[in-house]
Design a protein around this ligand. Structure first.
Ligand SMILES: *Cc1c(COP(=O)(O)O)cnc(C)c1O
Length: 395
């Protein structure tokens, strides 16, 4: 396991920047090169690759035979919708735990599905806690399922899924998890955290290219889901049943993205699996956050809640700071950053995931320092309201 990547990084001089965004993200050259060949979707070679992808993903989830992996075409949200539409019975009811855009999207999906749900909305970044889940489930016995967002990518907060899982099962409900931006870098071992199904996608912590996602589900639970889905193409049960029978995806698979993903999984294993990947991202975050704090920037979250996936910073109070200008200047130096999603104060985000290491993050901080100097800012300190906002967060 090493954190220094022996890699050919994108060459900013050729106009290819690092993507400091939570997917699509910067991928290894060998991942891109894996796509230079065409594959027949029905061919036994491709079927074997699909099987290998699924087996390896189950290994990352710590499965010992009780779970299955079902890949689904489309981006991550397609998989969230597929999971909710397949696992929640038509007469079921979901408790949606939201503290950002992805939790709210899960609620929006429930609205489209026309199935019952209730929402706990903690605002921009406050974490949903186990005690709140307990209270909600005890107040409403009709709730059958809880959906939690593992890392809420809109603020970068790492939500307490273990605590949420315990509260869910202690009160007779079942847990579904959107681990889109965490799986592969943060442990979600089925032996440690109980859940019925989770989703993630190819272009996040495994560092593949976009094109598909996957559902990892308890086999017995999925077997009971026949005929529940609202949608033909988003029926996880039907996709799984077809794969069990023929080894094939039901409709045209993103063949190149699958082959690239297989190479991404090889690199993931080579790096030391979930622990190795998580360690590199953690170091990326630590180096980047320390450097940015050194410039006067402040993080939205207290250290306890910071994920190693993406970090939200408050925009500086100095009126000479204009985010769009900062963005363009960072881009010119080879780094694509990400606008913030907070409603209360201005912010921006910097991702720690993708094929890059702490040496790259040091360059990111230097680029930010240069941008501030070019914009004439003496300090990146945020407005006082921002720190008052942060003080509301425990830990
Ligand atoms: C990326 C992401 C998704 C899926 O987004 P898509 O744009 O559909 O790929 C869902 N949930 C979380 C937490 C994410 O980070």
């Amino acid at each position: 396991m090493s954190s220094q990547l022996n890699d050919t990084f994108p060459d900013p001089a050729k106009g290819e920047p690092f993507l400091l965004t939570p997917g699509p993200l910067t991928t290894a050259l060998s991942v891109k090169e894996a796509m230079l060949r065409d594959w027949g979707s029905w061919d036994s070679d491709f079927r074997a690759m699909t099987k290998s992808v699924c087996d390896q993903l189950l290994g990352l989830a710590g499965d010992v035979g009780d779970f299955v992996c079902v890949p689904m075409q489309g981006s991550g949200s397609y998989c969230v919708e597929a999971m909710l539409g397949t696992f929640v019975p038509r007469d079921g009811k979901v408790l949606v735990l939201a503290n950002g855009a992805y939790g709210l999207r899960a609620a929006e999906i429930m609205r489209y599905l026309g199935r019952a749900y209730t929402l706990i909305d903690k605002g921009d970044y406050m974490p949903p806690r186990g005690a709140e889940v307990t209270a909600a489930l005890q107040a409403d016995p009709a709730i059958t399922h809880v959906i939690a967002i593992h890392c809420e990518t809109s603020s970068g907060i790492l939500n307490p899924v273990e605590e949420i899982s315990k509260a869910t099962y202690a009160n007779g409900a079942k847990l579904l998890i959107d681990s889109m931006s965490a799986f592969g870098a943060i442990d979600l071992d089925v032996g440690r955290i109980r859940y019925e199904a989770m989703v993630s996608s190819a272009n996040k912590c495994i560092e593949g290219v976009p094109g598909f996602g996957f559902v990892i589900a308890r086999r017995a639970e999925l077997e009971a889901c026949i005929g529940r889905a609202h949608s033909l193409v988003l029926d996880v049960y039907a996709q799984w049943a077809n794969m069990e029978k023929s080894g094939q995806w039901r409709y045209t698979p993103p063949t190149h993205a699958v082959v690239a993903f297989l190479e991404a999984l090889r690199l993931h294993a080579e790096e030391g699996g979930v622990a190795g990947r998580g360690a590199r991202y953690t170091k990326n975050r630590d180096v980047m956050v320390a450097g940015m704090r050194g410039l006067g920037f402040e993080t939205l979250l207290k250290d306890r809640w910071l994920s190693p996936i993406i970090v939200t910073f408050f925009c500086p109070a100095d009126p000479r700071f204009v985010f769009s200008e900062f963005y363009e200047r960072m881009k010119a130096k080879g780094f694509i950053i990400y606008p913030g999603k907070l409603t209360v104060v201005d912010s921006f985000r910097i991702g720690c995931i993708g094929r890059m290491d702490s040496a790259v993050m040091t360059r990111v901080v230097q680029a930010a320092a240069d941008c501030l100097a070019e914009m004439g800012l003496a300090s990146a300190a945020p407005p006082a309201e921002a720190l008052i906002e942060r003080a509301k967060l425990a830990g």
